[in-house]
Design a binder for this molecule. Structure first.
Ligand SMILES: Nc1ncnc2c1ncn2[C@@H]1O[C@H](COP(=O)(O)OP(=O)(O)OP(=O)(O)O)[C@@H](O)[C@H]1O
Length: 576
C-alpha cells in the first residue's frame, strides 16, 4: 500500500518517506511516554517526590519533542496529501487523454467522475488522516509491551500473546469493509450515471410526459444506494469494527485478570498494579483508533485498485515520430470492424479524393457514423486499413492525426466560458484577425452583434444560452479556425428555422470549401451535391457513385431517394 503511494507520488515520494519516518519516531516517543507513567504513578502513590520530579521532567521533555514532531508531521501530511491529489489527477488526466475515444461511453462518465473526485480524495487523505493512526496502532502498543517487560514480564507476556489475535481480527474487519465497499461503489456509480442521464434527458422526458419514468429509474438507483450504504454501515461499521473492538477488549480483560491474579499472589503490589493497568489502557487506545483507520484504508486500497483498472486500459499504440503526409485523401481498404465482437462494418473499401465531398447515406444503424469515427481512430479496426493522406492512421501520432481533422457533430457541446473561449479552443495562438475571419465566415458575427457583450458573452453550461443553430455556428467557427484539411460532418437531422438553416448552410459552405469532406448526410441537397455517394446497408457499401449515376441504376439508392423526397413533400429531381 505504502509502496503504491510512493510510486504514485513520483518525485515527491521523499516527502512521504520522511513523514513515515517522523510518524514512527513520534509513535515510539508516545509509547515511551506511556511507559514512563508506570514509575511516575508509582512515585506519586508512594509519595517519593524526588523521583516524581525526575519522571515529570522526563515526560515534559518527551512531550515538547513530541509536540514539535507532531507539528512537523501534520505539515508534511498536508503537503503529501496535496501532492498525491495533484499526481493522481495528472496521471488520470494524462492516461485518460490517451485512451481510445470509443472507451468513453455513458457508463464510464459516472465511474470516472467518481474516481476523479471521491476516489482521489479518499487516497490523498491517507497521509493526513490514516497514516498516523495506523502507525500509532502498531508501533505505540509494541513499544508499550516491550517496556512493560522491564516492569512486569508476566503482564507483558500476556499482552504479547494477544498480538496475533488482534492482527487476525484486524484483517477480518478490514476484509469485511473492503467487500462491502466494493458493493457500495457499484451502487454509487449507478446512481451517478442515472443522475447525469436524468438531467440530460429532461427535454425528451418532458416532451413525452415521461418525467415520472425518469424519476423511477433515478429513485430505484437511490433506493439501491441507500440499501448499499446501510449494508456498509451494518457490516463495515458495526460487524467489522465490532469484531476488532471486542478482540481489543478481550486482550485488555486478559491483562486485567492476569494483573489481579498477580496481585492476589503478591507478585506485584496494588500500587504497581494500578500503574500497570493505566499503562494497559494506553496499550488499548491506539489499537481502537487504528481499527477505524484500518477500515478506511481498505476503501483507499479499493480506490487504488479502481485507478489501476483505468491505468491498465491500454492507450491505442501510437508512434512518436511525425509522418509526412500527401494530399488530404481518405481511404478505407477492406475494413472490418465490430463493437464488442459484433461486426458492424464488413469489407468496407472506398477512396475520398482530396477536396471532394463523400456523402454516407443509408438506413439507421447501417454504419455511417462508425465510418467517420474510424477515420478519427476512435477505435482500431479488426482488419484492413484506414488511411489519411496516404498514411495509415495507426502509424500517425494522435496529435498529428487530429491536426488533419475537424469534426462538426450533430450534438454540439460548448464549454462553460465565452463564445471567444469556445472558438479559440481550436487554436489558442490564433491572431485576432484570424478569429474575426472565422467568426465572419461561420456567421457567428450575426449572433455576437445582437449580444451586449459580443464575443465575450458566456455561452452557459454546455452552451445552453445559445439556440441549437447558434451553437452549431460556433462549432463551425471553431472548425474553420482550426483549418484542418479534412472535415468529418454529422449533418443535423433536427430541423432549424428557415433563417438559422440558411445561416448554418452559409457557415458549412465556408468550412467545406476546398476541404475533403466526409459527411453523414441527411439533407437531400447535401446528398445530391456530393461528388461521391456511398450507400450503406447492414455495414456494407451496396451502391456507390454520383447522384445521377445512382438514380439511373434504379437500385436501393433510387428507392431511398424516392421515399425521402416523398416524405419531405418535394422533388429535387436529378442534376444536370
Ligand atoms: N458504441 C457502440 N457500442 C456498440 N454498438 C454500437 C455502438 N455504436 C454503434 N453501434 C452499433 O453499430 C451499428 C452501426 O451504428 P452507426 O451508429 O454507425 O449507424 P448509423 O448508420 O450512423 O446510424 P444512424 O443513422 O441511426 O446514426 C448499429 O448496429 C449500432 O447499434
Amino acid at each position: 500500500m505504502i509502496r503504491r503511494m510512493l510510486r504514485v507520488m513520483g518525485d515527491d515520494a521523499p516527502t512521504l518517506r520522511l513523514l513515515i519516518a517522523l510518524t514512527v519516531v513520534g509513535a515510539v516517543l508516545q509509547g515511551v511516554a506511556f511507559a514512563l507513567l508506570v514509575p511516575l504513578i508509582q512515585a506519586l502513590l508512594e509519595g517519593d517526590f524526588s523521583r516524581l520530579w525526575l519522571w515529570i521532567a522526563l515526560e515534559a521533555t518527551i512531550l515538547v519533542v513530541f509536540s514539535v514532531l507532531n507539528y512537523r508531521t501534520k505539515m508534511l501530511g498536508l503537503s503529501s496529501s496535496a501532492s498525491l491529489t495533484l499526481h493522481l489527477w495528472q496521471r488520470l488526466g494524462d492516461h485518460i487523454a490517451k485512451l481510445p475515444l470509443g472507451w468513453f461511453d455513458a457508463e464510464k462518465v459516472g465511474s470516472v467522475s467518481r474516481l476523479a473526485s471521491v476516489g482521489v480524495f479518499s487516497v490523498s487523505g491517507f497521509p493526513t488522516q490514516m497514516l498516523g493512526m495506523l502507525i500509532n496502532a502498531f508501533v505505540t502498543p509494541a513499544v508499550v509491551v516491550a517496556l512493560m517487560f522491564v516492569f512486569q514480564w508476566q503482564l507483558a507476556l500476556v499482552a504479547a500473546i494477544t498480538a496475533p489475535l488482534l492482527w487476525a481480527a484486524y484483517q477480518i474487519a478490514g476484509a469485511i469493509v473492503a467487500a462491502v465497499d466494493r458493493r457500495t461503489h457499484g451502487a454509487n456509480v449507478r446512481t451517478a450515471n442515472r443522475l447525469i442521464e436524468f438531467a440530460q434527458t429532461q427535454p425528451v422526458l418532458r416532451a413525452f410526459g415521461r418525467t415520472a419514468q425518469g424519476h423511477k429509474l433515478l429513485d430505484d438507483a437511490l433506493v439501491a444506494q441507500r440499501k448499499a450504504d446501510n449494508t456498509l454501515i451494518a457490516w463495515g461499521g458495526v460487524v467489522g469494527d465490532g469484531i476488532f473492538r471486542l478482540t481489543v477488549q478481550a486482550a485488555f480483560t486478559a491483562i486485567l485478570l492476569t494483573g489481579i491474579a498477580l496481585t492476589a499472589g503478591t507478585t506485584i503490589g496494588p500500587v504497581q498494579l494500578i500503574a500497570l493497568l493505566i499503562l494497559a489502557t494506553r496499550f488499548v487506545q491506539p489499537l481502537m483508533e487504528g481499527a477505524a483507520a484500518g477500515g478506511a484504508m481498505r476503501t483507499v486500497r479499493n480506490n487504488l485498485d479502481r485507478m489501476d483498472t483505468v491505468f491498465g486500459t491500454s492507450p491505442l499504440p501510437e508512434p512518436m515520430s511525425a509522418v509526412s503526409l500527401g494530399e488530404p485523401s481518405v481511404e478505407f481498404e477492406d475494413v472490418r470492424f465490430g463493437y464488442d465482437d459484433r461486426e458492424v462494418l464488413h469489407d468496407v473499401s472506398f477512396t475520398a479524393a482530396p477536396r471532394t465531398m463523400t456523402a454516407l447515406v443509408g438506413p439507421s444503424g447501417s454504419g455511417k457514423t462508425t465510418i467517420t469515427r474510424l477515420v478519427a481512430r476512435f477505435w482500431d479496426i479488426g482488419s484492413g486499413a484506414v488511411r489519411i493522406a496516404g498514411e495509415d492512421v495507426r502509424s500517425m501520432p494522435v496529435e498529428h492525426l487530429m491536426g488533419q481533422l475537424s469534426f462538426v457533430f450533430q450534438e454540439v457541446y460548448l464549454f462553460s466560458g465565452t463564445i471567444r473561449d469556445n472558438i479559440l479552443m481550436a487554436r489558442s495562438d490564433a491572431t485576432e484577425d484570424q478569429l474575426r475571419e472565422a467568426i465572419r465566415l461561420a456567421r457567428v458575427d450575426e449572433i455576437t452583434s445582437r449580444l451586449p457583450h459580443g464575443l465575450d458573452t458566456p455561452v452557459g453550461e454546455g452552451g445552453s444560452a445559445l439556440s441549437g443553430g447558434e451553437r452549431q455556428r460556433v462549432s463551425i467557427a471553431r472548425a474553420i479556425l482550426k483549418d484542418a484539411p479534412i472535415v468529418l460532418l454529422d449533418e443535423a437531422t433536427a430541423a432549424l428555422d428557415a433563417e438559422n438553416e440558411a445561416l448554418v448552410q452559409d457557415a458549412l459552405n465556408a468550412l467545406t470549401a476546398n476541404r475533403t469532406l466526409i459527411v453523414v448526410a441527411h439533407r437531400l441537397q447535401t446528398i445530391a451535391a456530393a461528388d461521391q455517394i456511398l450507400f450503406l446497408e447492414h455495414g456494407k457499401i451496396v451502391e456507390r457513385g454520383a447522384h445521377d449515376e445512382l438514380i439511373d441504376v434504379q437500385g436501393r439508392y433510387a428507392d431511398f431517394w424516392r421515399e425521402r423526397s416523398r416524405a419531405r413533400g418535394w422533388r429535387l429531381g436529378t442534376r444536370g
